[in-house]
Design a protein around this ligand. Structure first.
Ligand SMILES: [Ca+2]
Ligand SMILES: [Ca+2]
Length: 261
């Protein structure tokens, strides 16, 4: 299994440099300059030209893989990009990719592992044929909020048998907090630093604008409801007048409740 070969690489000086970020430190600014219109939330190098060649962990019925990223600012998700290779010889194996929150965030404690909370998901039949990586692009339909400093996971799972599976390419340089599961994304092994899985996350700076988010914190919840009820009645250009008809009324309440976080 590709992933297990990682352990044998840890004594390599070059790999130690990657783990420490020394190699990655100089290439990150170059990648930022090369970025397109969308803002970069997270970006690794591509899989080509690395010390170890083309490699990565299998994504199969026997192994799920997760890569963690932490936004340095607030963003609205636009798309996720991952390089995959193919172990099937051209059967275009299907991969389910999910954006998840972190267990430690949800519970307030515990190890940093993917939670079961799915913020968005995509199903991809990878384009790659054989060991020639192809980048898959997953567009966000919902404009998920990515909050500064919070831990997020991109998880790849598959029901395809080993040997017919997709392979998530490692980046040519860099390190990353990533995990594997032997039970298809349910029970995760403790996270460990390893070679970076190729992962680009793009977004628009700022949290998504949600109708009903009166206080602008990215959530539609009791705080907004309290503000709406407090402003009930005729109202000129107040935030609680969501439909801007000059009064805070039932229609605004309906909008708020239908967008409840
Ligand atoms: Ca709010
Ligand atoms: Ca209104």
């Amino acid at each position: 299994m590709w992933w297990t070969s990682l352990a044998s690489m840890h004594s390599c000086d070059t790999f130690e440099d990657m783990r420490s970020g020394r190699v990655f430190a100089w290439i990150t600014p170059l990648l930022m300059v090369a970025g397109a219109a969308a803002a970069i939330v997270h970006q690794t190098a591509d899989p080509f030209g690395g010390f170890f060649g083309l490699w990565g962990p299998d994504v199969s019925s026997q192994q799920s893989v997760g890569a963690r990223f932490i936004p340095s600012g607030d963003f609205t998700l636009e798309r996720v990009k991952i390089w995959f290779m193919d172990n099937s010889g051209g059967a275009h194996p299907q991969v389910r990719i999910t954006l998840r929150t972190d267990q430690s965030t949800a519970s307030g404690s515990g190890p940093s592992l993917p939670s079961s909370e799915v913020l968005e998901e995509w199903t991809v039949n990878i384009q790659a044929v054989g060991w020639s990586p192809v980048q898959e692009v997953m567009q966000s339909a919902g404009g998920v909020a990515l909050r500064s400093g919070q831990k997020y996971w991109i998880v790849a799972q598959s029901t395809v048998q080993p040997g017919q599976n997709a392979v998530w390419n490692f980046a040519s340089v860099g390190s990353q907090f990533s995990v594997v599961s032997q039970t298809d994304g349910v029970t995760w092994q403790t996270g460990s630093f390893g070679a970076a899985l190729t992962l680009i996350v793009e977004g628009t700076p700022g949290l998504p604008v949600r109708p009903g988010d009166i206080n602008g914190d990215g959530l539609v919840n009791g705080s907004d409801l309290t503000m709406l009820l407090g402003a009930w009645g005729a109202c000129t250009s107040c935030a609680a007048d969501i439909d801007r008809d000059g009064e805070v009324a039932g229609s605004d309440l309906t909008t708020l409740l239908s967008n409840w976080s």
